[in-house]
Design a protein around this ligand. Structure first.
Ligand code: PEP
Ligand code: MG
Length: 555
């Protein structure tokens, strides 16, 4: 047995075989093939998979969002079966002896250009649809190739040097029981996704994790950040017991479903969920969230080769609004940049991307991308209680400009007679020290604040949240951070707006008393933490602890 020590990012135990993750490059390589017949077969079976997937999506959308909106998946199915497209791809494979992925990407390029050049507005819009269906086809082709390498489809644990957020999000929760990586830190987006997906994970293992462990039985202990390779019988027995205990505690927490988040002395707080993708919505409902406090919309932009269309985004936001059945859903406008990259944005290479061209900076600089997203969000607001918030704000001017663009979008919707709610709240994330320090001014421009403690910590302490070498210095409990949170809460309340926390700190039980003493109105976290924090809230008496907590934080 080998014992490896890393950073546990989700408290859980997982057993499985280790499968080392192969990085898939986004760029499609042109390969010469020797057997066109085999390649045509690959293409046909990938096409069948894509058509089937679209059928499933159609059925799901039919239930969730109605026939009109589900239609798009039928259109995509028809496109995949369109004879012009099929003949083009088959012809390229046969005459040029190239791989199917390349032939499909060439078809995407040619047909999307052809549609884009048409005069008819409806046909023009099909340009992004054809790219979308071809991307689905390419994914089916790529996974059919890598599936043959996979050792087992049954409960395995992914091992990798590092995983990007987009690689993490594509993991199938049914088969991936956990993951272990050489790089990574507690507050990287990959770690956050593991928590949202309820998957035990240990990161930052460095060179201890070796390729030669491929196929070995392993156990992850996310509580202590320990990984056991080929565990001995005693260790298996001990960890099985620990897992049983953990499962039992989770069962007990389920009894808190339906209960209010109310302290002993009668103070209430909203406990909401953070989501990274529509797939997280079931967990949100299962864990009895009071709403969605952070919808990280940028995940809709990852793992694809073109911008998501307005329609596609609309469906995702509408689906969330409908599923939450009147509870608030806060959509954060896309926070692309830093570790969440999408090639088609053509972002410049930066030496310091976390402080670079990202999030609201891109949106204000390329308003056409921003407007598409805002239209989708506002259209979805007709189907539930949607709020919108802007990330990475550093000035009042940015907020004023973002709101001006929102007004433009609303005017256009009015002009086109498209319904939307007139009560969409607009908020900002407070995740830069600049925003915290001018929160009194910002509060006059918006309806709410949501404090992003992950970035607020990174920027205040000048500690890269991704860098595991200095992760022991990444201390969100630092007095400077807590003082800023209190300052932001005071600015919000003085100006009559509410304030939440949507960074990872919201789920930190050691600070629940502190946040309630500050009067924080909402805590938003990965869904699996919600009932644990509810339990904590039920045990607190704010009146008893408030004075001391606030005094300790004072200047
Ligand atoms: C944060 O910075 O705290 C936050 C919630 O946003 P993200 O983690 O997506 O950067
Ligand atoms: Mg952030």
């Amino acid at each position: 047995m080998k014992v490896l020590k890393g950073i546990g990012v989700f408290k859980g135990i997982a057993f499985g075989k280790l499968h080392m993750f192969e990085k898939k490059t986004c760029t499609i390589e042109k390969r010469e093939i020797s057997n066109a017949e085999n390649e045509l077969k690959r293409y046909k079976s990938a096409n069948d998979i894509a058509v089937r997937e679209l059928g499933d999506l159609y059925n799901k959308a039919l239930k969730d969002v109605g026939e009109e909106n589900a239609m798009i998946f039928q259109i995509h199915q028809m496109m995949l079966e369109d004879m012009d497209l099929v003949c083009f791809i088959e012809n390229l494979i046969e005459t040029q002896m190239v791989n199917a992925e390349y032939a499909v990407s060439e078809a995407a390029r040619k047909f999307s250009m052809m549609f884009a050049a048409m005069d008819d507005e409806y046909m023009k819009q099909r340009s992004s649809d054809v790219k979308d269906v071809c991307q689905r086809l390419i994914c089916a082709l790529i996974s059919s190739r890598s599936e043959s390498n996979a050792k087992s489809k049954l409960s395995y644990i992914i091992g990798a040097d590092d995983l990007t957020p987009s690689e993490t999000i594509q993991m199938d929760k049914k088969t991936v029981k956990g993951f272990v990586t050489m790089q990574g830190s507690h507050n990287s987006h990959t770690a956050i996704l593991a928590r949202t997906m309820n998957i035990p994970a240990v990161v930052g293992l460095g060179g201890q994790l070796k390729e030669k462990y491929e196929g070995c039985e392993i156990i992850i202990d996310g509580f202590s950040g320990t990984v056991y390779i080929n565990p001995d019988v005693t260790t298996v027995r001990r960890l099985k017991k620990k897992k049983e205990l953990c499962d039992h505690q989770n069962e007990l927490l389920k009894e808190l479903k339906g209960k209010k988040n109310i302290t002993i002395d009668g103070k209430t707080v909203d406990i909401c969920a953070n989501v990274g993708s529509p797939a997280d919505l079931d967990g949100v409902v299962q864990n009895d969230a009071g709403g969605i406090g952070l919808f990280r919309s940028e995940f809709l932009y990852l793992r694809r080769d073109d911008y998501p269309s307005e329609e596609e985004q609309f469906m995702a936001y509408k689906n969330a609004a409908v599923k939450m059945n009147g509870k608030r859903v806060i959509i954060r406008t896309m926070d692309i940049g830093a570790d969440k990259k999408a090639d088609y944005f053509d972002l410049p290479k930066e030496s310091n991307p976390a402080m670079g061209y990202r999030a609201i900076r891109i949106c204000l600089d390329r308003p056409e991308i921003f407007k598409t997203q805002l239209r989708a969000i506002y259209r979805a607001s007709a189907f539930g209680k949607i709020s919108v918030m802007f990330p990475m704000i550093i000035s009042r001017e940015e907020v004023v400009e973002a709101k001006r663009i929102v007004r433009q979008v609303c005017d256009e919707l009015d002009r086109d007679n498209i319904p939307y709610s007139r009560e969409v709240e607009i908020g900002v994330m407070i995740e830069t020290p600049a925003a915290a320090l001018i929160s009194d001014e910002l509060a006059k421009e918006v309806d709410f604040f949501s404090i992003g403690t992950n970035d607020l910590t990174q920027y205040s302490l000048a500690i890269d949240r991704q860098n595991n070498k200095i992760s022991s210095m990444y201390n969100p409990h630092h007095k400077s951070i807590l003082r800023m949170i209190k300052m932001v809460a005071d600015s919000a309340h003085k100006n009559g707006i509410w304030v939440g926390i949507c960074g990872e700190l919201a789920a930190d039980e050691a600070l629940t008393e502190t946040f309630l003493s500050m009067g924080i109105d909402e805590l938003s976290m990965s869904a699996p933490f919600i009932l644990g924090i509810r339990k904590k809230v039920l045990e607190i008496n704010v009146d008893e602890v408030k004075e001391k907590i606030i005094k300790d934080l004072s200047f």
